[in-house]
Design a protein around this ligand. Structure first.
Ligand SMILES: C[S@@+](CC[C@H](N)C(=O)[O-])C[C@H]1O[C@@H](n2cnc3c(N)ncnc32)[C@H](O)[C@@H]1O
Length: 374
């Protein structure tokens, strides 16, 4: 029977001050933190230095599902630690697979709790001065995802019903903007309906593009909007003219970046982690570790098959897992997608030589010597 509890925690849309108090407390208490791509690094600054951090994020487009592996990582973590925090961007159950993970934990008999978060769907529009409801403009709002499970892609969204909602908020839809605009117009929405697309709300890269259904796809392309972005359709977008506040407290802009935007100790930890990461990857390449880890293998088995010392090997494998290059499950490690594609010699996309060359070049880099030689 497991002793640990898994908390499925919402990390909010990106600003560290939009974490709930409960989320902050859990991040500080966690033995293991398992986090996604849309979790700000500053949010992780509160993690205990001795806590294990496991990155399970994926880039858009590389989404053949790792959910089965993530479910297994959660169960495994609950067997190894008391407080396991699964951090997810926004709210954990809104298009965040939190419901699926809770279902899996429940069926595995693991104690869990869902800690709600501030969803991007409601907060990101407001970063651009757009309240999703307003008594003059909108009495209904629908939250819609542009991404469906691969095996359910044939089901069309309910355009007729969606077109009748006052406000529509689309998640994961940047690449589908032309079809969304066309479908809404084809189902009765006027071409001059206001639309806003907000890229990376509450992140330093925040950008807002405003238009109408007829031209928003082109405007978004011209502005090179990239995911993650939230799209708002409806008359409420007009409120932006009155409500946009440039001097928001909850903003992370260039001005803040000049002061690093992070605390001194966090910056030092990041620099140290960068130096350590390059050495760990170089060691793994030199030792051909990625060639050995197609199948789950324990540090003990790998150490004995290669005559390595087991303790340093265990540390090295844990560091490579923290970089997202290895997956850890039930005490075993195996290659994550990046390691298999880019760091295995047999792969068509092998980048190991380039990595070695870069690191070796940097090791010969000696600014002190150059500066001081007469
Ligand atoms: C997998 S969904 C997760 C949604 C999350 N659970 C929530 O409640 O906000 C990811 C999508 O949320 C939206 N999103 C999340 N954070 C965002 C942000 N800071 N700015 C704009 N959109 C964001 C984007 O549409 C992105 O593609």
């Amino acid at each position: 029977m497991s002793t640990g509890k898994v908390y499925l925690v919402g990390a909010g849309p990106g600003h560290p001050q939009l974490l709930t108090i409960k989320a902050q407390e859990l991040i500080a208490a966690a033995d293991i933190v398992i986090y996604d791509r849309l979790v700000q690094e500053d949010t992780l600054a509160g993690v205990r230095p001795d806590a294990e951090q496991i990155y399970v994020g994926k880039k858009p487009g590389l989404h053949h599902s790792l959910q089965v592996e993530i479910n297994q990582i959660l169960v495994d973590a609950a067997h190894r630690a008391k407080v396991v925090v699964r951090l997810k961007g926004g709210d954990p159950v809104l298009f965040g697979r939190g419901g699926e993970e809770a279902e899996h934990l429940a069926s595995a008999g693991i104690a869990f709790e869902v800690v709600p978060g501030v969803t991007a769907g409601l907060s990101v529009p407001m970063a651009a001065g757009i309240p999703v409801t307003h008594r003059d403009y909108s009495h209904s709002v629908a939250l819609v995802t542009g991404h469906r499970r691969d095996d359910k892609d044939t089901e069309a969204p309910h355009w007729e019903a969606l077109a009748r909602m006052d406000t529509l908020v689309f998640f994961m839809s940047v690449g589908k903007l032309p079809q969304i605009a066309q479908s809404l117009m084809a189902h009765g929405r006027k071409p001059d309906t206001p639309v806003a697309i907000i890229q990376m709300g509450y992140w330093p890269e925040e950008q807002v593009v405003v238009g109408q259904l007829r031209d928003i796809a082109q405007r978004s392309e011209e502005a090179r909007v990239k995911p993650p972005a939230t799209i708002v359709v409806g008359e409420v977008v007009k409120m932006r003219d009155k409500l946009t506040t440039l001097h928001r407290d909850l903003r992370r802009d260039d001005h803040q970046q000049k002061g690093f935007g992070i605390s001194g100790p966090t910056l030092m930890r990041r620099l140290g982690a960068g130096i350590r990461a390059s050495r760990d990857v170089l060691a793994a390449l030199e030792l051909d570790l990625f060639e050995q880890l197609d199948e789950p293998t324990t540090p003990e088995d790998l150490a004995s098959s290669r005559s390595f010392q087991v303790d340093p090997l265990r540390d090295l494998l844990a560091n490579l897992a923290a970089l997202g290059l290895l997956l850890r499950s039930s005490g075993s490690y195996r290659n994550a997608e990046a390691a298999t594609r880019f760091l295995k010699k047999r792969s068509n996309e092998y980048l190991g030589d380039a990595v070695k060359e870069l690191i070796e070049r940097e090791e010969k880099y000696a600014p002190m010597e150059k500066l001081l030689c007469s």
